[in-house]
Design a protein around this ligand. Sequence first.
Ligand code: MLT
Length: 274
Amino acid sequence: MPSLEIDGAHLVYDDTGAPFDGAPTLLLVHGFPLSRAMWGAQLEGLADAARVVAPDLRGYGESTLGAWPGGKNPTLDRYGEDLARLAEHLGAAGPVVLCGFSMGGYIAMAMLRRFPESFHALALVDTRANADDETARATRLKMADKIHEWGAGRVAELMRPKLFAPGAPDAAVEATTAVIAATSPLAIAASQLAMASRPDSTGLLRSIDKPTLVVCGEQDELSPPDVMRGMAEAIPDARYVEIPDAGHMAPVENPSAVNAALREFAAGLADPAA
Ligand code: MLT
């Protein structure tokens, strides 16, 4: 498995596809507290259309946490910098599509601020632009504080009912729950503190000057369709696609519909080197 050392962390990633010179690169960024395993159907199903790269963010899956991101005050910029360095390391010839799912979408907002030159197009999947309200922030800080006592298994049980539409395939639910339960408590704490401190990005949407695809599971309760449709309306060059038979975990609940949207979007991008 390819990997990269960045500032004390060992980052592992999948790298498949690249069917032709100048093919687009899909850089798939997982959510919280997940791993690159959530992109299995995209790594397999889109390899004939694009180079498909899916890293484990620091602390997740097979990647190590390295130094505590941001010291005592971690921010999403740490993950953004890792992804910018990975994108540079990939040396992609064609356009790079930064595809962020949920927390991965929050990281994409951080990258729009800090590392906009590291990608050419954006896909925002089951995510939102606003910052947390006080209740959400307090919930995150409590989890960051208690996670060593609770263990990741409790986080898996807390999150499971919110992630899937009723009738989601059992295998997808079980696999996702197992990934969450196996996640390092330190990674969970770091991400919760980083997400709690993220700024509001609603105003940023109007300034996005990259082609953008906005994808939302029609039964997503965490980043619902009306919220994501509003994001697409605010972004100057955006297309909105709603995924049937899916909740928050649309890429694993209805991979064929998500893959069709990503395939069409990637095919429509011009090669920046051409
Ligand atoms: C995710 O799926 O990444 C999380 O639901 C994001 C969050 O906790 O806001």
